[in-house]
Design a protein around this ligand. Sequence first.
Ligand code: DAH
Length: 340
Amino acid sequence: MKTRIEELRARFNEALGAAADSAALENLRVEYLGKKGHVAALMQGLRDVSDKREAGQLINSLKTEVETAIAEAGEALRAAAVAARIRSAKKYNPTLRGAEELGSYHPITLATREVEEVFISMGFTIENYDEIVDDYKCFEALNIPKHHPARDMQDTYYLDNGQLLKTHTSAAQNHIMKKYGAPLRAIFPGRCFRNESTDACHENTFFQMEGMMIDENISISNLIYFMKTMLSEVFKRDVKVRLRPGFFPFVEPGFELDINCEICGGAGCPSCKNSGWLELCPCGMIHPNVLSEGGIDTEKYSGFAFGLGLTRLAMMKYGVKDIRDFNSGSLKALSQFKSI
Ligand code: DAH
């Protein structure tokens, strides 16, 4: 019995050394430890042995040896497979850092930040406001009752619950007046939506920056001063502008502030609807109805508001001819504007 056990141990060790994969290991396990395997056969042979105790111990230690060796070999195979997978994986090369193209800010983000800087330096706070608003915020609080013809200009996307995607940043005016009361100076940039067909100068999704200044004795001269300062700071040169009367139910008087088209120099092109001018920043003195709806004492306070077309500003500042490029997702087109 002893020699038979020694012989099996030697054979096992040899076979184990040759087992190259988990299938070979499993075969070995069945051959030695299976129901009809060598260990079971040895157990049966015990019947004919005189010193059963010693032989039994020898068989048991062979059995444990085989079990442990197979388990360890299995572990080693698994570890080797993981190591091989890591070796064959694409390697991270730290020396390539900076060699690949870095990302960049979207031109609208750049333009927004620049305008924000100017207004921060003039004591304005920056506010963030929702994109989904209700009819009251977007229209009624702005002196645009239901069925007012001004609504025709601002069709948008409606949600099943009656809320809508805001058509202009003016939709935050009421909220901000109620939040801060008078006096206040705030700008609130945001994404706006209109249900309209697109062309070189119209998009259904675009950015505006609204601003409001409310205090005692605010007049049109204050409005003009702030608009001029903002434009000269942003463009860093003199740009031709014109102010003409414009109708918006939430201001009285209201103005259109146009900028000379920077794409064609005023000659007329698709970006400016061939007029040579681009409506950039409609503005006006806040209508008393809008002020009182926001809880402001109209006897004491007055104010101006403006709705800067941020997307249009970015077009003019960076010479982007087609407004649709901004939402195109084209990295080639959008990653050219790296400065801040
Ligand atoms: N909300 C207007 C629009 O998108 C723009 C506007 C006009 C905003 C006059 C104002 C303003 O604050 O005073 O068409």
